[in-house]
Design a protein around this ligand. Structure first.
Ligand SMILES: [Zn+2]
Length: 317
């Protein structure tokens, strides 16, 4: 029997179309893994009017221990004064990880590269005496240098010190919410902790999903995400419920050391848009306008309005 070439080609075409369609359907129906690591900047922060440093740590570590979560605390070593170096031992006792957030917490936009690296080296030296210290560095304010030359000098300086970048992928305004919470503490209005909890948790979970969707939309894949939080009162008060909410939303909480094994860790995008985290930097390098990546409903001004409307902070003039 003679082989009918045109019929064969027709069938093969059909088969290819069918396979492509199945792949497409599979891709659109199989959600990408939602993996997230939790990190805290600026530790160990001084006392506030609401919680002192020891109380804050007690709340925070008890929540992390309860859920068996390993987080990474980026230490600003100048904060270790007034006995707060004890906090670092408490992190170690709870199997939490330490990393470097500089000694003086100065923006890399403001001082020469050599001075900046000397400040990081000072923190590195102090932190090396702690066994749970891991050689990751996070830029204060996520400022990686204000010129390409400085950015590259800083990258090289960190490599010379043996430090990897402790980047984030999920940016949010937890620091701003906490600053408004401190205003509410000192203002003459009742503290409604239930409402604060709801706003805080919704903001963090919405931010995590925002960056997950940003990755899915533009990369067709999502990195192991790294969440930026600060060692502040809101984190201490609501960490237990935040972890529960993150899990309920379908996320797997992983160790930051596992997150930093993601292939995005080896990407050093050629962009000056670095203050929104590594994922946004990768997307900026691909040509996506930074302005289009703003999470508008969760911007500080929107959060402030929301808190004013809820009566959680005094209405500004
Ligand atoms: Zn910081």
């Amino acid at each position: 029997m003679l082989f009918d070439v045109s019929k064969g080609l027709y069938l093969m075409n059909k088969l290819i179309k069918c396979i492509s369609l199945s792949c497409l359907l599979l891709a659109s129906f199989s959600p990408l893994a939602k993996q997230i690591a939790i990190t805290f900047d600026d530790a160990p922060r001084p006392d506030t009017t609401y919680l002192n440093s020891a109380e804050r740590n007690k709340h925070l570590l008890s929540a992390l221990n309860k859920h068996d979560v390993t987080a990474m605390f980026f230490i600003t070593t100048k904060h270790m004064q007034d006995g707060r170096d004890k906090r670092l031992l408490e992190y170690a006792q709870s199997n939490q990880l330490l990393a470097n957030h500089s000694h003086s917490h100065i923006s890399a936009y403001k001082i020469p590269s050599a001075d900046f690296i000397a400040d990081v080296a000072k923190a590195h030296q102090i932190l090396q005496t702690y066994t749970n210290y891991h050689a990751y560095f996070r830029f204060p304010y996520l400022h990686h240098g204000d010129t390409r030359q400085k950015r590259d000098e800083l990258r090289a300086g960190l490599t010379t010190l043996g430090l990897k970048q402790g980047y984030i992928t999920i940016d949010d305004s937890d620091w701003y919410l906490d600053s408004l919470f401190q205003q509410a503490v000192t203002a003459d209005i009742p503290l409604q902790l239930d409402s604060w909890r709801e706003v805080y948790i919704n903001h963090i979970v919405a931010s995590a999903n925002y960056y997950q969707q940003l990755a899915e939309k533009n990369l067709m894949q999502a990195p192991k995400q790294v969440l930026l939080l600060h060692e502040n009162d809101l984190a201490a008060l609501f960490m237990d419920e935040l972890i529960q909410a993150i899990k309920k939303d379908g996320w797997e909480i992983i160790s930051p050391l596992e997150a930093y094994q993601d292939k995005i860790a080896n990407r050093y995008p050629d962009t000056m848009h670095n203050n929104q985290g590594r994922l946004a930097a990768v997307l900026a390098e691909k040509g996506i306008a930074p302005n289009s990546m703003i999470q508008r409903s969760q911007r500080p001004e929107a959060l402030k309005k929301q808190l004013e409307n809820l009566g959680l902070i005094p209405v500004s003039e």
